[in-house]
Design a protein around this ligand. Structure first.
Ligand code: B12
Ligand code: SF4
Length: 477
């Protein structure tokens, strides 16, 4: 029998490329659903990739046919889901032509008008932070009214064209504290969801061959902790940078949930047996006493934490004390730091992100070794300004790290929507191959690049593939 809902949230999963199926929905989606539930709406969340990983004979159509609702909400947060999110909306409209499809998330926010102009299967886009705007839209739709002009952050179609209401809604601290981001019971098969291949990738680096391999119950469970929104850095390729958040969400600065709330979530995840947690606003990004406050609470909780932690980004504000404190509270053997070095050349690093001196990288490797925490150093290829000479410099830097048995990864930079490369490509001296949402969509639909989607050409014309050859050559000598 079909379960009746007012709203169903759907996560489509990502493009069908090696190891990049984007299995998780935005964490904020659970908060949105929970907020609607608190406002007395009947809500469910279905992660289609999870459903198909559990039963690889299932199609989107089979899953959708079991649902009963008027309103479907699909996340288009990560650009990697551009094709599948739209394809899912098209299938919904085939099965339920009278239903309403709402899109939201970073990518949808940036391209809201273009999406509504080009894809009739999408009825509404909510830009930016969606808690109140979505509640207002659901209320309006279920009361059969069509007074959309007052709903903040909304983009919608009328007979005279696409209307684009300004982004005036940002969540306030009080509501941010109240929302339950771990309200898992609304999610179909939620207990299996933690075993969707994801962080595991960071630890094991093995790409699934088929969809059922995305479900890995034999590995440790993983969940990202909801710490906050925004970033204090401005990495040139990043769609979640300080500038990108302004462009997509109209958000000027980071908002963080209190250490008390975050600690309570970590303890709940621990009680559910989650083995890895990811802390997005790491000490590197938040920079102040926030993490010490968090650790004070966790240390005093007297509950044994079986989970390990995982941080990434710049190590500037990461010191020995934070390392020792984390390793005392969490299980270091399950833990990982990814130091984002980006580029070894100081000029390129400063142009594109921040420069991390070699000594600082060595410090973090040393801290990790002291406590048994795994450390990965991560570099980008194809950074604006890069040429043969700077690639050689990068290669020698990587060779030096490898000589001391440090773990190193390097991959081409992806140009995210709303990133500085996307918006200021001339200033950064690159020429874009991707100009708009339809380009992202088509690129992903046709799987034009086998792995990461680079999206631009350097002035030096050097390609990331050529850079890989240079680096491998230097490393082997
Ligand atoms: C935590 C995080 C992760 C976690 C996942 C967390 C999760 N499930 O949400 C992990 C480590 C798994 C991850 C993975 C990836 N990430 Co990531 N991640 C982040 C990070 C650090 C924070 C994101 C976040 O939580 N923001 C909080 C807010 C902004 O989002 P939210 O509350 O979840 O959602 C709100 C709105 O977006 C909106 N909304 C969201 N969904 C919906 C749906 C509807 C219908 C509506 C109306 C609204 C709506 O309303 C919500 C509440 O107001 C950002 C960097 C940053 N500074 O933001 C990168 C970032 C978002 N990730 C990014 C990328 C590229 C990825 C990967 C695709 C990497 C890869 N190539 O494999 C993967 C794929 C993810 C997947 N689907 O499985 C890019 C995205 C660029 C872009 N626009 O596409 C970012 C900006 C950073 C980066 N440099 O890589 N990521
Ligand atoms: S990649 Fe850079 S700008 Fe983007 S979220 Fe991480 S630190 Fe912030």
């Amino acid at each position: 029998m079909k379960k009746e809902n007012d709203v169903v949230f759907l996560h489509a999963g990502g493009r069908n490329l090696e190891g990049l199926q984007g299995p998780l929905a935005p964490i904020g989606m659970i908060g949105l659903a929970s907020y609607l539930k608190k406002n007395n709406y009947q809500v469910s969340i279905i992660n289609l990739l999870l459903e198909k990983a559990l039963d690889d004979k299932l199609t989107d159509w089979d899953i959708l046919a079991t649902l009963e609702t008027k309103i479907f909400c699909i996340d288009l947060h990560w650009f990697v889901h551009s094709f599948e999110a739209i394809a899912l909306a098209e299938t919904i409209k085939e099965i339920y032509p009278n239903s309403v499809v709402i899109l939201g998330g970073l990518t949808a926010s940036f391209f809201a008008v273009e999406i509504l102009v080009n894809f009739l299967c999408i009825d509404f886009v909510i830009k930016g932070e969606a808690e109140e705007p979505l509640r207002m839209l659901v209320e309006t739709l279920l009361s059969e009214s069509n007074n959309y002009a007052e709903i903040p952050n909304l983009t919608y179609r009328t007979c005279s064209g696409v209307q684009n209401n300004p982004i005036t809604y940002l969540i306030d601290q009080q509501l941010f504290e109240e929302i339950d981001f771990l309200d898992f019971e609304m999610i179909n098969n939620w207990e299996q969801m933690f075993y969707l291949y994801n962080l595991d990738y960071q630890f094991h680096r093995s790409a699934p061959n088929k969809i059922s391999e995305y479900y890995r119950p034999q590995r440790k469970g993983f969940w990202p902790v909801y710490t906050g929104r925004g970033c204090s850095f401005n990495c040139s390729f990043c769609g979640g940078s300080k500038n990108a958040f302004k462009r997509c969400f109209n958000r000027d600065k980071i908002i963080l949930r209190s250490p008390e709330k975050v600690a309570a979530d970590i303890l709940k995840l621990n009680s559910l047996g989650i083995g890895h947690i990811y802390i997005p606003h790491s000490p590197m990004i938040v920079q102040d006493k926030y993490h010490h406050q968090l650790l004070d609470i966790l240390e005093n909780s007297r509950i044994e934490l079986n989970a390990g932690f995982y941080f990434e980004d710049f190590p500037f504000y990461f010191d020995r004390e934070v390392n020792l404190r984390y390793a005392a509270v969490f299980n270091p053997a399950n833990s990982l730091y990814t130091i984002y070095v980006g580029h070894a050349n100081e000029r390129i690093a400063k142009l594109n992100h921040s420069y991390v001196p070699y000594d600082k990288v060595l410090d973090v490797i040393k801290y990790g070794r002291e406590t048994g925490v795994k450390v990965i150093t991560s570099f980008n290829l194809g950074m604006p300004g890069d040429d043969f000479q700077t690639t050689l410099e990068q290669a020698i830097y990587i060779r030096n790290l490898k000589k001391i048995n440090a773990k190193v990864e390097y991959y081409k930079a992806e140009m995210h929507p709303a990133s500085n490369i996307f918006c200021n490509s001339e200033e950064l001296t690159v020429s874009r191959r991707i100009q708009n949402f339809v380009d992202y969509y088509t690129h992903l639909k046709e799987k034009k690049e086998k792995t990461m989607l680079h999206g631009y050409d350097l002035q030096s014309k050097l390609t990331p593939e050529e850079q890989i050859e240079i680096i491998q050559d230097i490393i082997s000598h």
